[in-house]
Design a protein. Structure first.
Length: 463
């Protein structure tokens, strides 16, 4: 079995149970698993002599790969659309739905490939994606094919919308689907792609879109379907919740519940559920989520971009709610830079006046162990023997880290201007080395993606 040894890292951040931060750190990988972690002066002799490959990480900080728990990859095709630049969520969605209605299977493939590449280069090694409209024959299969090309660990969330405008929902009817067809396709993709094993590269999540775009019945049936595979199958549930005040008003008017209570009475709480945003959960709802171990995907940039508010992450973490990090859809960020998002997470909790509301180390914990917990994984998020061989490294000798990394390399990568990774290894495969993507040509990918973005805009009658 091939063995890779990485040694002489200026700092190796383990995120293990003791949160060890090792100066002059080293670790060994065998195939797709970490087998040894320690100081470079303590590497066992046989590891040193038998390694098939050795990487010297002097001048680098090595850490677990970051986990992205909420995104909509297809939105890389509609970033910075002029008409949606200065809108709150509902207006932003109503502007973009008609453009997204023109998506093709090729668009879904190229945007998935581009978003995952951007995520990979910014430190992500595992990502979920919440894709909830499937026009013109596009399918979750298009995303799994693209994820396979990039090599990032992928949790494909089979999203759905069934409550169109004619029924009092927000999206136009033409981007919604029939509920029986949604459930049939959910069953199909779980059976075809979902891998419950440790080190799985592919998992499926069932993910009706939001309170204002699906019926309570579809929420209940999706939960029943996910749980019908059994606890060992670990098929998780995901949706948007408590993102805006408008959504809260919608829930109260239509269902008679606040969003958190609505989720609870639908059975959408538990350690197999995580909700995106949760900006407007009240303290009682937060307590309920903590009791039931219901997870949250915190998406700071998107919440700022759409003027949704500040998610009470401090309160959630103190109460014991599992919190992961998400960049959210690229049309409301408008970036898929995961390291930059960790920085936003750190800064946004401080905006109200408390410099102790979030530390760099806690923000990094949310982006690694927090994301792993929310996705239901015990094999990623830390560098320790027996964990998946997913790691990243940043070069500390860059302009952005100058004068910072010399004091505290961990803090520097979060406080200073976010850089791209120098090294990325996923499932034991080196995907980025010396800052270069080893597979595929970035300029061609960008050109192809931009062509698709222009064509989509034209088909929607906007160019
Ligand atoms: Zn979202």
């Amino acid at each position: 079995m091939p063995t890779l040894l990485i040694h002489h890292a200026d700092l190796l951040i383990t995120m293990d149970a003791a949160r060890r931060e090792l100066r002059d750190g080293a670790l060994a990988l065998q195939d797709n698993m970490i087998t040894w972690v320690g100081g470079s002066n303590a590497i066992p002799a046989d590891l040193l002599s038998n390694a098939n490959r050795v990487i010297n990480a002097r001048g680098k900080v090595v850490l677990p790969g970051l986990v992205n728990t909420h995104h909509h990859f297809y939105q890389t095709l509609t970033r910075a659309i002029p008409a949606a630049q200065d809108a709150v969520l509902f207006d932003w969605l109503k502007t973009l739905y008609p453009i997204w209605a023109e998506l093709t299977p090729d668009d879904v493939h190229i945007s998935t490939q581009l978003a995952l590449t951007e995520l990979l280069l910014s430190g992500c090694t595992t990502s979920s994606d919440h894709h909830y409209l499937w026009p013109n024959g596009s399918r979750l299969d298009d995303q799994f094919a693209a994820a396979d090309v990039v090599g990032v660990r992928f949790h494909g969330a089979r999203g759905s919308m069934s409550l169109g405008e004619s029924q009092g929902g927000l999206p136009p009817d033409r981007v919604t689907e029939d509920e029986a067809a949604i459930l049939r396709d959910c069953q199909r993709v779980v059976e075809h792609y979902h891998d419950a094993n440790r080190f799985a590269m592919q998992r499926v999540v069932l993910a009706p879109c939001s309170p204002f775009s699906v019926t309570p019945d579809l929420m209940r049936q999706s939960a029943a379907l996910a749980r019908s595979f059994g606890a060992q199958a670990n098929v998780h549930l995901h949706t948007h919740l408590a993102e805006t005040k408008d959504e809260e008003d919608f829930c109260l008017a239509r269902f008679g519940y606040r969003p958190g209570d609505y989720a609870e009475q639908l059975g959408w709480t538990g350690d197999d559920v995580w909700h995106a945003h949760c900006v407007h959960l009240n303290p009682l709802e937060i307590e309920g989520f903590a009791r039931s171990h219901t997870g949250v995907a915190h998406c700071p940039s998107s919440n700022m971009r759409l003027a949704s508010g500040i998610a009470p992450v401090r309160l959630m973490r103190d109460a014991g709610v599992p919190v992961g990090l998400g960049v959210d859809g690229s049309a409301s960020n408008d970036s898929s830079h995961l390291l930059a998002e960790v920085r936003q997470c750190l800064l946004l909790q401080r905006v109200m006046g408390n410099p102790h509301a979030m530390t760099a180390r806690e923000a990094l914990e949310i982006a690694t162990l927090g994301g792993a917990a929310v996705l239901g994984r015990d094999d990623i998020g830390a560098l320790a023997p027996g964990m998946a061989a997913d790691l990243i490294a940043f070069d500390l000798n860059t302009l952005g880290y100058a004068g910072g990394a010399v004091h505290d390399p961990l803090a520097a990568i979060l406080f200073c201007h976010p850089q791209m990774v120098d090294l990325a290894i996923i499932n034991g495969r080196i995907l980025v080395q010396d800052g270069h993507l080893l597979a595929g040509e970035l300029p061609q990918l960008i050109e192809k993606h931009n062509h698709a973005a222009r064509a989509l805009y034209t088909r929607a009658g906007l160019a």
